[in-house]
Design a protein around this ligand. Structure first.
Ligand code: NAD
Length: 546
């Protein structure tokens, strides 16, 4: 079957991309996963329906879409995108301007109905729906690919019949994803994956537009599981797809309703933790449906980790400390994706940046990017800011904290709050002073104080916003993973954890290019032959590291 790709950016005219998934050798040397051949929707042609493993070659798949004119206009900046009003993604006091309500009644004790008379939801206050709608509209401006998929869904419904139960942060960006899934034909029921991160007005807007949402900011542990249960334990409705962030929903169904897996076609999981659990289930032979690991797709790892942190590190530091960066000495521990993003942002602001690394390859990258590679001990007395980005534990110890100079700022950008040994600071001789939300001064007996941000938890997610556009890339990947798993013919995916094929990553990226009015170069026939590539991609082997 001949492979074709058209990617035309032609002034104001329609932007089209038609991609056929070419034969590709799937390789993945990081985890024992298999990578599947993809079908994007029912309209997508594919040549074969048989099953395969990671060693086998996926066959043909084609994708076509038209970007709506409005999306093109946004991409060109001709429609106003009120970016400055973008709201926080995760728990933050300023995240919700309608959260000031004094209403202490638990949403579980309230009788609420939306304007259509439905009471199949549980949110803080359905009357906040209008505010939430504005938040969702703002997020839509920066989520062009989902809007393009939605436009395309006017002609086809690749998720018709899908019953998706979701458990993610309930934010404006998630709302855009949910409404896109709805436009693609799915029925959705949703709970929050975090007890603090729900934007109440967004949850209200979703409930008002008919989505059974069970979530509010400040749920108790009991509420958390109750909300999840309300999503899955419904008379006359059974999920056939799971979209999870952290694995709690998947875990609940395994524990309480294992029979539900008979009807479930697949799980899409975003987080490091959730993916880790899936691999454990798979290893133990207990994974009973196919699962898609979105966390490790290139469009997640190379964008979320790098660009999200590059964009948000300064924001987190600035909001909490009002500091100036120029000339400040900063040490960044770990020069992986997150560390690279932090270093780039700080360097651009004129900070003097030192890097610590354990891996000689990342260390060499840091050197060649112009950063001084040091041991933490060598600079700990002189630096103004310490940032951890390692995913490791006890990188900053009590000994380091003792040696820091007065007013040194200490924070973490890695997943876990154990990178800085915060527990070691809870000793009687040290005084803790909460000076602002998420900002503590820890004071030594001689008067020295250090400035600890977010108690060592993820700085950007605790204290600032993260860019909607980056979330758009991740959300599009999630949507495509759902479409693929839902439409995959019997046997294509086994009870295992799969990665998105590179072709799909390339497709997600291509959907975001029009925002930048980017003009992609097409390979000539001669060049394609010379490189041994299909003109439509994939353009890199799976072992390529970007
Ligand atoms: P990565 O593996 O690419 O980078 C981590 C780096 O730290 C590696 O190069 C490793 O060699 C180095 N390292 C490990 N131990 C070290 C030590 N003791 N001293 C110095 N360096 C050390 O991972 P990543 O993608 O950069 O992610 C790092 C962490 O950030 C993870 O915990 C991840 O979950 C988290 N993360 C945060 C965000 C965010 O928005 N804040 C986004 C994505 C990922």
């Amino acid at each position: 079957m001949p492979n074709k790709k058209k990617y035309i950016v032609n002034g104001d005219s329609e932007i089209k991309a038609q991609i056929q998934f070419a034969d590709q050798k799937q390789e993945f040397n990081k985890r024992p996963t298999k990578i599947g051949r993809r079908s994007l929707s029912r309209s997508i042609s594919q040549s074969s329906t048989d099953s395969y493993s990671s060693e086998e070659r996926p066959k043909q798949l084609s994708v076509g879409f038209s970007l709506p004119h409005s999306a093109q206009a946004h991409a060109k900046g001709t429609l106003s995108a009120p970016k400055e009003a973008m709201k926080l993604w995760l728990a933050h006091p300023a995240a919700s301007y309608t959260d000031s309500s004094d209403d202490e009644t638990s949403p579980r004790d309230k009788q609420q109905k939306n304007s259509k008379g439905s009471s199949d939801f549980c949110v803080k206050n359905i009357k906040q729906a209008e505010f939430g709608r504005r938040e969702i509209e703002i997020a839509e401006q920066e989520m062009p690919a989902l809007m393009a998929l939605r436009k395309r869904a006017q002609g086809e419904k690749p998720l018709a019949g899908a019953k998706i139960v979701g458990c993610t942060h309930i934010t404006a960006q998630t709302a855009v994803l949910m409404e896109t899934l709805g436009a693609l034909g799915a029925q959705c029921r949703w709970a929050a994956c975090n007890i603090y991160s729900t934007l109440n007005e967004v949850a209200a807007a979703l409930a008002e537009s008919g989505f059974p949402v069970f979530a509010w900011k400040g749920e108790s542990e009991d509420d958390f599981w109750w909300c999840i249960d309300r999503c899955v334990n419904v008379e006359g409705w059974q999920p056939n797809m799971i979209l999870d962030d952290g694995g709690d929903l998947t875990h609940w169904i395994y524990k309480k309703y294992p029979n539900m897996f008979k009807k479930i076609k697949g799980i899409v999981e975003e987080s490091v933790t959730g993916v880790h659990r899936l691999y454990q289930l798979s290893k133990a032979g207990k994974l009973c449906v196919p699962a898609m690991n979105v966390n490790d797709s290139v469009t997640k790892q190379k964008f979320d980790n790098l660009y999200c942190c590059r964009e948000s590190i300064l924001d987190g530091l600035k909001r909490t400390t009002d500091m100036m960066f120029g000339g400040k000495q900063v040490v960044v521990c770990g020069y992986g994706e997150v560390g690279k993003g932090c270093c780039a942002a700080l360097k651009a602001m004129g900070s003097i940046v030192y890097v610590t690394e354990i891996d000689p390859i990342c260390a060499l990258q840091a050197c060649m990017d112009g950063f001084r590679l040091v041991k933490l001990n060598e600079v700990i007395r002189q630096v103004d800011i310490v940032i951890t980005c390692t995913g490791n534990k006890n990188v900053v110890t009590r000994e380091h904290l003792d040696r820091m100079k007065n007013s040194c700022i200490v924070c973490n950008m890695g997943h876990s709050n154990t990178e800085i040994d915060v527990a070691s600071l809870r000793t009687p001789e040290l005084t803790w002073e909460r000076v602002r939300s998420q900002v503590d001064h820890v004071i030594w007996p001689d008067g020295k104080r250090i400035v600890l941000l977010a108690e060592g938890r993820l700085l950007n997610l605790s204290c600032s916003t993260v860019p909607t556009f980056v979330l758009s890339i991740t959300a599009t990947t999630q949507a495509l993973a759902l479409i693929e798993l839902y439409n995959a013919p019997e046997g294509r995916y086994k009870q295992d954890v799969y990665l998105l094929p590179k072709k799909m990553d390339e497709y997600v990226a291509s959907l975001h290019l029009p925002t930048f009015d980017a003009h992609l170069t097409e390979l000539t026939d001669e060049q394609a032959k010379y490189l041994g590539l299909n003109k439509n991609g994939p353009f890199k082997p799976n072992y390529y590291r970007y």
